[in-house]
Design a protein around this ligand. Structure first.
Ligand code: ADP
Length: 297
């Protein structure tokens, strides 16, 4: 079978992670234990996850003209992501400065840098989107760009998945071009403006919804159709970072392969579970074999 083309239009950041016994207070300096640097940003993470899950992942976005941009590009390529249409914007790459203490509590500062310059889709970018099987977007780039990408997908017959993270309200012109919305409970509350995530309210906005429920799995519902909760695969959770990215990317790959959405959600649950078993973010994203192994266990 041909690998489905998954076009991810989203953010790329360099994650700079410092680990210390405790987080510094304002104005304080703390000597740390360790430092690691790795590619991050939901867009880049989901592109890498889609590639590992067996998709032909194409990443659209903007990296900076600094050395982080060079490294981000190299890491995406090494993961098998097609970066041939990735923009380089003059200036700084997106960076997340992350401090983590030994109890895994964290403080994070994100400087979007080049991500905020990913505006006004080019004709080339629109053609890439129209040529995909699935377009996958998140909300770490300008919202007008997300809307334009979904519009280009709709015009080109490409299915659209919006992972509405981080949480924010969504303009109706964007929602009109979303085929499948993937949200956790907090995001569902923000979008509907209601305390209790209400599936009917979400289905009034988009035709298909996947609600991720952490260790309880996920729930898939469609307008005038199925509404089922799919339990999580029982694993020992070590680190839930990037579980949502692994889940969403696997869902895109399975849907792009033409699998039924109910089955795609179950397979995505296996991807999320395989991710939480491992420590770390992009390095914990599971391969297709790891997902299949858990799926068939
Ligand atoms: P987010 O990080 O976006 O809030 P979730 O925490 O809901 O996303 O996780 C996404 C998916 O990963 C879940 O729907 C589930 O399939 C899987 N997952 C998350 N936590 C666990 C866990 N403790 N055990 C098994 N699967 C998990």
């Amino acid at each position: 079978m041909m690998a489905p083309r998954i076009v991810v239009a989203g953010s790329a950041n360099m994650d700079l992670v410092g680990i210390a016994e405790r987080l510094p207070l304002p104005g304080e300096t703390v000597l740390g234990d360790d430092f690691v640097m790795m590619p991050g940003g939901k867009g880049a993470n989901q592109a890498i996850a889609a590639s590992r899950a067996g998709g032909h992942a194409v990443f659209l976005g903007a990296i900076g003209s600094d050395s982080f941009g060079v490294t981000l590009n190299a890491r995406l390529n090494a993961a098998g992501v097609d970066t041939g249409h990735l923009r380089t914007a003059y200036g700084a790459s997106g960076v997340a400065v992350i401090m983590v203490d030994r109890a895994a509590e964290n403080s994070i500062l994100v400087a979007p840098g080049a991500n905020s310059m990913f505006t006004d889709l080019t004709g080339d970018e629109e053609r890439v989107i129209a040529g995909g099987d699935v377009l996958l977007c998140q909300l770490e780039i300008p919202i007008d760009t997300v809307a334009a990408a979904c519009k280009a997908a709709r015009a080109g017959g490409t299915r659209t998945i919006l992972n509405a993270a981080p949480a924010r309200e969504l303009p109706s012109d964007l929602l009109a071009d979303v085929d499948l919305l993937v949200v956790n409970e907090v995001e569902a509350q923000t979008i509907t403006g209601s305390e209790r995530p209400d599936m009917a309210a979400l289905l009034a906005l988009v035709p298909r919804v996947v609600l991720t429920l952490g260790g309880a799995g996920s729930r898939y519902a469609e307008r005038d159709g199925r509404d089922e909760t799919v339990p999580a695969f029982p694993v020992e959770a070590t680190d839930t970072t990037a579980a949502g990215d692994a889940f969403t990317a696997a869902l895109a790959v399975a849907w792009g392969e033409g699998r039924d959405l109910m089955e795609a959600v179950r397979w995505a649950n296996a991807a999320g579970a395989a991710c939480v078993r491992k420590l770390g973010a992009s390095n914990a994203l599971p391969t297709r074999d790891e997902i299949d192994e858990l799926y068939t266990s």
